[in-house]
Design a protein around this ligand. Structure first.
Ligand code: SF4
Length: 176
């Protein structure tokens, strides 16, 4: 019987892109889901498609720092059945929210020397996790999440099984 693949989009908001890189580092486990369960139809990293498509599953890394991020995450939510926040920037604001310690004006003065070029994106007042703007179905923590955790969690989500429940404290499984 033919396998029915889920249509998947991978979205990057304001972030370092380390979470998607970690996903791509999952090796054989990644190949396994790409050849069976997942059909990645949108990802600026490796699919040449400009329009955000309707999908079964959207995987989102990064948080909301710009007006463009806010518009994008709302469109992604409207076009996805399940939305997964991948990594701490998406789930809580992450390291990028260290910018919240300064005002937008101070950041621009320090980093870009006012007056600022009009080509800079319009910034929100703070860096926000995506749940401030849309409903999130699942959260995968980490900075970045370990590759095995990403793949296992995504497989659990699409198969309706409970994800890994860690029996030990944070950091004990990390190879670092
Ligand atoms: Fe980068 Fe960490 Fe944010 Fe992922 S959670 S995008 S690795 S800073």
């Amino acid at each position: 019987m033919a396998v029915v693949s889920l249509k998947v989009s991978i979205i990057s908001l304001t972030c370092c892109a380390g979470c998607v890189s970690s996903f791509l580092n999952a090796g054989e486990a990644l190949l396994e889901i790409l050849s069976g369960d997942f059909d990645i139809v949108y990802s600026p990293t490796f699919v040449d498609l400009k329009e955000i498509p309707e999908v079964d599953l959207a995987i989102v890394e990064g948080g909301v720092r710009t007006e463009a991020d806010e518009k994008l995450i709302k469109e992604v939510r409207a076009k996805s059945r399940i939305l997964v926040a991948l990594g701490i920037c998406a789930t809580h604001g992450g390291i990028t929210s260290l910018g919240n310690l300064s005002s937008v004006k101070k950041i621009l003065e320090k980093e870009y020397s006012l007056p600022v070029s009009r080509e800079l994106p319009e910034l929100e007042d703070l860096m926000y996790p995506i749940c401030n703007f849309v409903d999130v179905d699942y959260y995968i923590p980490g900075c970045p999440p370990m590759p095995f955790l990403i793949v296992h969690s995504l497989k659990s989500i699409v198969s309706g099984k409970a994800p890994i429940r860690h029996q030990s404290v944070v950091c004990t499984e990390c190879h670092r």
